[in-house]
Design a protein around this ligand. Structure first.
Ligand code: SAH
Length: 433
C-alpha cells in the first residue's frame, strides 16, 4: 500500500516540475512515507525522521513531508508541535497536503491534513513517476482504503480510517493508464480486499471487478490481496478459477491456529473453519498457492495454544507464511485491555520454530517444480539475472542476455530452494541468444 502511495506522490511532484535525486542532500523536498504496523517499523520511521533534522538545519528551505500511518488521519496539528522541523503532514494515501503546501503554502496544507481526502486527488495520469514509466512491470492499485474490521491487535483502522471502496471507474481508468505506461500485472490492494464494494450498493463485487479487469487488453496478470477468511466467497473463488488473467495465488491470513487466541484477536473464525476454507480453495482452484500471516506471542498465547498454530501450519502445508512477533500498538484494544504477557525470548523461540517449519515446507513444495515448465512474467534484471514470477507467485531467476522485461515466457525449472528457483527459458528464439 505504501509503495503504491509513494509512487503516486512522486508522480504528483513531477507534475509540479520536480524530479528525483539520488541523495537526500540534493533534495528540495523529502517525503518520508511511514508504516507503524509493528513497533520496529515505527522505530525505523523515527530514526529516519531524526536523520533528516540536520539537513533541515543546514538548509531551512528544504521541505520535509511526513506521510503515512505515523501521521494517520487528522493528526497534523498534534504532530507539528512534536516535530517542528517537519513542514507538511499527510495522512496515508494522500499527497494533497504536500501539493497544497508547495503550490499554496502552509495554511492550506494544514487544513487539508485535517480533512479526509484519501485518493480524492487522484488523477489517472498521476500514477507512476517518470523513472518507472515503461520500466515497472507489476504495479499495485489500492481498491479498498482503510479498514473497519478492528482486529484487537491492529492499528491500521486507527491510522488509515474507515473502510472505503474506490469507484470502479477510477480503478479501471487507473488500470488502463498503468497498462498504457507498460505495466503487465496489477495487484489490487485492500486490508480486506474481498470486501470491495460492500460499502456501496452500486459497486461491483471484487469478483465483478476482476471480470472487468480481465477484459483489459494488454494486461497480462491480475492479483489481489489481502483476503479475510470470512469474506472469501464462492463467487470470488470461481472468478479466480475461471478468469485466465487472474493468477492462482491467494493471500489469506490466519494469524493464529488456536481458537481462544483467535477469539482474543477478534478474527471471527475458528481454526477448523480456516482448515475447511483451505480445502475448499484447493478443490476449486487447481495448483493454487496460498500464503498466510501469523502473529506469534499474542496476549495469552500459552505453549499449548502455540502448538495448535504449529500443528496447523505443519498440516496445511501452505506456500508462504509471513511471520510476526506480537507488538502492542497504541490505541488498539489489545494494547489497552490485554497484558503483553509472552516474554520476548518466547516470542522469538516460537517465531524461529515456525520459520524453520515453513522453510522446510516451502523447500518441499518448490522441489515439485523441478524439471517442469511454468510461465514466468519477467520484471527486472538483478545483477546478471532476470527476476520473474510464476502464476503461483514463486520467484524465478533466469540468466539471459535478452531483454525479458515484461515478457511472459515458458521457463524450465532447473534448481529450487525454499525462497526462490532458477530456470531457463525454453522458447527456442530466446534460448539461442
Ligand atoms: N489487513 C491485512 C494485513 C494487515 S498488516 C490482514 O488483516 O491480514 C500485515 C500483517 O501484520 C498482519 O496480517 C499481521 O500478521 C501483522 N500485524 C498486524 N498488527 C500486528 C501487531 N500488532 N503485532 C505484530 N504483527 C502485526
Amino acid at each position: 500500500m505504501n509503495v503504491a502511495d509513494s509512487q503516486r506522490v512522486a508522480s504528483a511532484l513531477e507534475h509540479l516540475g520536480y524530479h528525483d535525486t539520488p541523495r537526500p542532500d540534493d533534495a528540495d523536498v523529502i517525503v518520508l512515507n511511514t508504516c507503524v504496523v509493528r513497533q520496529s517499523a515505527e522505530d525505523k520511521a523515527y530514526g529516519r525522521l531524526s536523520s533528516l533534522q540536520p539537513l533541515k538545519k543546514k538548509r531551512p528551505e528544504l521541505v520535509i513531508n511526513l506521510m503515512g500511518c505515523l501521521v494517520g488521519i487528522k493528526n497534523g496539528e498534534r504532530l507539528k508541535a512534536r516535530f517542528p522541523y517537519v513542514d507538511v503532514f499527510s495522512p496515508p494515501s494522500d499527497p494533497g497536503p504536500l501539493v497544497a503546501y508547495l503550490t499554496q503554502g502552509q495554511a492550506q496544507a494544514l487544513e487539508l491534513a485535517e480533512t479526509e481526502q484519501r485518493h480524492a486527488w487522484m488523477d489517472e495520469d498521476l500514477i507512476l513517476p517518470a523513472s518507472e514509466r515503461g520500466r515497472l512491470v507489476s504495479a499495485h492499485v489500492p481498491v479498498v482504503l482503510g479498514c473497519s474490521h478492528a482486529c484487537t491487535y491492529c492499528i491500521i483502522p486507527y491510522r488509515r480510517g474507515v473502510e472505503v471502496s474506490r469507484p470502479p471507474e477510477d480503478i479501471m481508468a487507473e488500470a488502463r493508464s498503468l497498462v498504457a505506461q507498460g505495466v503487465k500485472e496489477i495487484t489490487l490492494l485492500g486490508q480486506i480486499v474481498d470486501r470491495y464494494g460492500k460499502d456501496h450498493p452500486d459497486y461491483p463485487t471484487l469478483a465483478g471487478l476482476l471480470v472487468r479487469l480481465n477484459g483489459l487488453d494488454g494486461l497480462e496478470r491480475i492479483r489481489f490481496l489481502t483476503s479475510h477468511p470470512n469474506w472469501m466467497n464462492d463467487e470470488l473463488l470461481d472468478a479466480v478459477a475461471e478468469l485466465p488473467k487472474v493468477m492462482p495465488h491467494i493471500e489469506v491470513p490466519i494469524q493464529a491456529g488456536d481458537d481462544a487466541v483467535l477469539e482474543n484477536m477478534r478474527r471471527g473464525y475458528t481454526a477448523q473453519q480456516y482448515r475447511d476454507l483451505v480445502t475448499k480453495i484447493r478443490a476449486r482452484i487447481p495448483n493454487v498457492s496460498i500464503a498466510t500471516d501469523i502473529i506469534v506471542g499474542f496476549c495469552g498465547e500459552t505453549d499449548e495454544a502455540f502448538e495448535h498454530t504449529y500443528e496447523l501450519l505443519a498440516d496445511l502445508r501452505l506456500d508462504v507464511a509471513h511471520l510476526a512477533r506480537y507488538s502492542p500498538r497504541e490505541g488498539t484494544v489489545s494494547a489497552r485491555r490485554m497484558p503483553d504477557d509472552v516474554p520476548d525470548a518466547v516470542k522469538w523461540d516460537r517465531f524461529r520454530r515456525l520459520e524453520e517449519l515453513q522453510e522446510s515446507i516451502a523447500a518441499e513444495i518448490h522441489a515439485r517444480y523441478l524439471g517442469g515448465t511454468t510461465e514466468v512474467l519477467f520484471e527486472e534484471k538483478v545483477k546478471h539475472r532476470w527476476k520473474g514470477r510464476t502464476p503461483t507467485n514463486k520467484l524465478v531467476f533466469v540468466e539471459s542476455d535478452g531483454d525479458l522485461r515484461g515478457k511472459v515466457l515458458p521457463v524450465q525449472i532447473t534448481w529450487t530452494g525454499p525462497w526462490s528457483m532458477q530456470g531457463r527459458v525454453v522458447e527456442p528464439v530466446l534460448a539461442e541468444r
